[in-house]
Design a protein around this ligand. Structure first.
Ligand SMILES: NC(=O)c1ccc[n+]([C@@H]2O[C@H](COP(=O)([O-])OP(=O)(O)OC[C@H]3O[C@@H](n4cnc5c(N)ncnc54)[C@H](O)[C@@H]3O)[C@@H](O)[C@H]2O)c1
Length: 384
């Protein structure tokens, strides 16, 4: 089967999708679209993509396309995701799934009415081979009974008041910024590797920089703002968030996220402490897994396809000593979705490794509970 893919939204992450699709042996990228047509055209030419559409509707009317990646800003995810499913195409959407949990209901109902389609959400970090290895080690009880889970996701790209991007505007990004944008990845990973849900949260969210200088011209994601012309904007979403939580399996946890921590780019780390051992993984050194013991020497495991569990082995392909990184985990997530489609699997009967709409909707439920908790200064239980 040769999958024919298209991408809507050719900004920062759209290009990562494009390059990752090109690495899948049984897929072609046949079309792109962006409201910034000049950008879409430039990328289509640069990457020799045959078709470039000005509108989402025109792209979705193309019968050659079977899978559509939605790489647009958060506020428009639901509208475009619904159109993709209605057009009878498999859906691969960026996170957060929507800007509110309520929005996700209609999308999930629509998906349920189309069981022949596959829908996936890009929680790509879970597809690092050593993250899959952590999951396997927990399942095989190598660390004993998990007691605690903790970590952080820190960045510095919004450190200065002159840093600006659409993510700072709740009308585009949603009511949460740091938690929805990067905390969502952390929560997905915590739930994925433990096979358990976060059920209660207590949070403190802080807007460190309450007034920012918005450039009068557009600034690309993660690029430095060099504009001299700006207007002052009040910021209402969080630059920092700390969250304590409880999981349904009895594990207690805590994580914090920041977009204003100097020197941090993608400092995404997670530690699980069990009754026999601890495990620690950090995205910035993602080819290594640390294991800690009380009665034995601690170990630093370097990823080695010959000594990894069979499950994690599905997501590693380079020999030891050849580091696999962010791009590889990203490719693995797309590979997982495309393989699932190619094998004709159905979400109703086969639990996938990639994140489903339901899982991503639950992350939004958690995000909303975190916002409420910080506002009311109290623990919030997640309602069914
Ligand atoms: N999974 C990850 O690791 C990861 C990393 C970065 C971004 N993201 C997610 O990807 C999404 C996009 O983020 P980004 O940083 O690439 O943003 P971006 O601003 O760089 O790119 C978004 C693109 O979408 C286009 N666009 C906007 N509205 C559109 C519409 N209605 N139809 C077609 N195109 C439209 C814009 O012109 C722009 O080119 C966000 O939801 C973000 O959370 C995920």
């Amino acid at each position: 089967m040769n999958i024919k893919a298209a991408i809507i939204g050719m900004g920062y992450i759209g290009v990562s999708h494009l390059e990752a699709i090109r690495r899948i042996g049984f897929a072609d990228i046949v079309a792109v679209a962006d409201t910034n047509y000049a950008l879409a055209k430039k990328k289509a030419e640069e990457y020799s993509i045959a078709k470039c559409y000005e509108s989402v509707d025109d792209l979705l009317a193309d019968p050659e396309i079977t899978v559509v990646h939605n790489c647009t800003p958060n506020y428009i995810h639901t509208e475009i995701n619904k159109k993709i499913l209605k057009a009878g195409k498999h859906l691969f959407t960026e996170k957060p799934l929507a800007t509110s949990f309520a929005e996700t209901r209609g999308l999930i109902e629509l998906k349920e009415s189309k069981p022949e389609l596959v829908a996936a959400v890009n929680f790509n970090y879970r597809m690092n081979p050593l993250v899959q290895e952590m999951k396997s080690k927990i399942q095989r009880q190598e660390i004993g009974k998990p007691y605690l889970i903790h970590g952080s996701y820190l960045q510095d790209w919004l450190l200065y008041d002159t840093d600006y991007n659409w993510r700072l505007e709740p009308e585009i990004s949603g009511p949460s910024r740091c938690i929805a944008d990067i905390g969502s990845h952390w929560m997905d990973m915590a739930q994925h590797i433990t096979d358990s849900k976060i059920t209660e949260v207590c949070a403190d969210l802080v807007t460190v920089i309450p007034i920012r200088k918005k450039p009068t011209s557009q600034v690309e994601t993660f690029s430095l703002n060099k504009s001299a012309e700006y207007e002052e904007k009040e910021i209402v979403t969080e630059d920092y968030g700390a969250v304590m939580f409880k999981m349904e399996n009895g594990v207690s946890g805590v994580f914090h996220v920041s977009e204003v921590s100097a020197g941090r780019g993608c400092f995404f780390n997670i530690e699980v402490d069990g009754s026999k051992a601890s495990m620690y993984w950090n995205q910035e050194s993602c080819d290594q897994l640390w294991m800690g013991f009380r009665e034995d020497d601690n170990r630093l495991i370097m990823r080695n396809p010959n000594h990894i569990s069979a499950k994690a082995g599905e997501y590693t392909y380079l020999a030891k000593g050849h580091p696999e990184g962010w791009n590889d985990a990203f490719r693995n997530n797309i590979y997982s979705v495309y393989t699932y489609i190619a094998e004709g699997k159905k979400l109703s009967s086969d639990t996938p490794d990639f994140a489903t709409l339901e899982e991503a909707a639950y992350i939004l439920k958690l995000t909303e509970a975190i916002l409420e908790s910080s506002k009311t200064r109290s623990w919030i239980k997640i309602k069914d």
